[in-house]
Design a protein around this ligand. Structure first.
Ligand SMILES: [Zn+2]
Length: 173
């Protein structure tokens, strides 16, 4: 069952929607070892160190985009979302433009809540925005839609990363 807005899309856009909806899993790229990176990101968020969170986020994005063989992303982590910010709850994806790489912005706090977002929410937001990038760059869709398939891809990759983290042990980062 597509989401309600599907019926309002043109036939061409409905085709893109169905393409998105049909892809239900997103595995970690072959050979990518991400557990220690996820652990580092969790620790830096817990310490509330914005620069460290940004560095750890960029590191994770770098290894993932390299693994999927897609163009790079500039990750940006901001302390707190502005009250009048538009877009999504905790993050924003801006496609590449005029030679500048695509950008992901993630906020450590929402405008309404002063608390730091939970780690799983933060990771999910980062991966959500990465999934928009992959729609364009990996699947070559002309547009990126929120479909059930999109959210399933997001979930499978988040769960794979958390599994990697929990079994990271003494594996190299
Ligand atoms: Zn989105």
């Amino acid at each position: 069952m597509p989401f309600a807005y599907y019926t309002r899309l043109s036939a061409a856009r409905q085709r893109i929607y169905r393409q998105s909806d049909a892809i239900e899993t997103l595995d970690l790229p072959q050979g990518v070892v991400a557990g220690a990176r996820v652990a580092r990101l969790r620790a830096s968020l817990a310490r509330d160190e914005r620069a460290a969170v940004q560095a750890a986020s960029q590191d994770l994005l770098d290894v993932l985009v390299a693994g999927y063989r897609v163009p790079p992303i500039r990750g940006r982590v901001l302390a707190r979302r502005p009250a009048n910010g538009s877009g999504e709850l905790h993050g924003l994806y801006e496609p590449d433009e005029a030679g500048k790489p695509a950008r992901i912005t993630v906020w450590m706090r929402t405008a309404a809540r002063r608390d730091i977002v939970a780690f799983k929410t933060f990771l999910r937001t980062l991966i959500h925005e990465l999934c928009h990038h992959l729609d364009y760059e990996l699947y070559r869709m002309p547009e990126t839609f929120h479909t059930e398939g999109f959210y399933k891809r997001e979930s499978t990759l988040v769960n794979a990363l958390l599994r990697e983290e929990s079994t990271a042990g003494d594996l190299p980062g």
